[in-house]
Design a binder for this molecule. Structure first.
Ligand code: OAD
Length: 237
């Protein structure tokens, strides 16, 4: 049966072929940096300049990247499904904007977005293009030095969790793409889907830590597997 509502979770693997580093693969970001130094509230409170520098480097690496065929195929699938009254929800752990650049809409960025800053004091979130620095002031409350990247750090609650669980519970098919399944709560979505009798599928370069929980799996490069899978689904419409 063709699923009417599809919930797609993506991770760093979907953007790897666009040139963005993953986290836990060989040579990934967490081999070079300590999470507790650059991606935790304690690390920020200890050395905010160092954390801002880490995210400035990441902002630079994100600047010229382009969507790959996996992002484009997911945008096409979303439009095709909307056109027949169905729904494709794209929920990403990625802070890049490659799903949107590939044509997807209403993407849920559960770990935040690299192109935005948040005031550590008043919580105001704004788009920001330039370098982050302790000299910047918040446009809403005026405090200088409190603008942090709008990304979720370890120990913080991911964003939009109510919407995520609502969309996941309403889905007929859950598909996990390019994620190692190492970080919760995203790593728990497959178990939540199973307990709701939702079909599950994993697309990844290799079996993830949760591979045994999925009903189906396709392994290989996202840029090849995702377009082929999306074309198959669209063909069944
Ligand atoms: P990981 O680096 O943990 O996992 C990336 C997965 O993508 C691995 O299982 C790879 O095998 C797979 N992969 C790599 N290249 C691929 C390709 N071309 N096609 C398909 N799959 C490929 O990244 P995430 O699972 O996204 O959180 O990590 C989750 C979270 O951990 C991130 O959002 C980040 C990180 O710490 C925060 O910073 C809060």
């Amino acid at each position: 049966m063709v699923p009417a509502k599809i919930f797609i979770l993506t991770g760093a693997g979907v953007s790897a072929e666009s040139g963005l580093s993953t986290f836990r693969d060989k040579g990934g970001l967490w081999a070079e940096y300590r999470v507790e130094d650059v991606a935790s509230l304690a690390g920020y409170e200890r050395d905010p300049a160092r954390v801002l520098e880490f995210y400035n480097l990441r902002r630079n690496s994100h600047r010229d990247v382009r969507p790959n065929p996996a992002h484009v195929a997911l945008g096409q699938l979303q439009r095709a499904w909307a056109g027949r009254g169905g729904e494709v929800t794209i929920c990403t752990q990625n802070i890049d904007h490659l799903h949107e650049a590939g044509g997807a809409e209403n993407v849920i960025h559960m770990h935040g977005e690299i192109g935005k800053v948040r005031c550590h004091d008043c919580g105001d979130v704004t788009a920001a293009d330039g370098e982050l620095s302790l000299a910047l002031g918040c446009g809403a409350c005026g405090r200088i030095g409190g603008l942090r990247p709008h990304v979720v750090w370890f120990g913080e609650t991911p964003l939009e969790m109510d919407t995520i669980y609502e969309k996941l519970a309403a889905a007929d098919l859950f598909v996990s793409i390019g994620t190692s399944g190492a970080v919760y709560p995203a790593a728990g979505f497959v178990a939540a889907a199973r307990s709701g009798d939702i079909e599950t599928m994993e697309i990844n370069l290799e079996p993830s830590e949760n591979a045994f929980l999925f009903d189906a799996a396709r392994y290989g490069k996202a840029s090849e597997i995702v377009p082929a899978w999306a074309a198959e689904l669209i063909g069944q419409m």
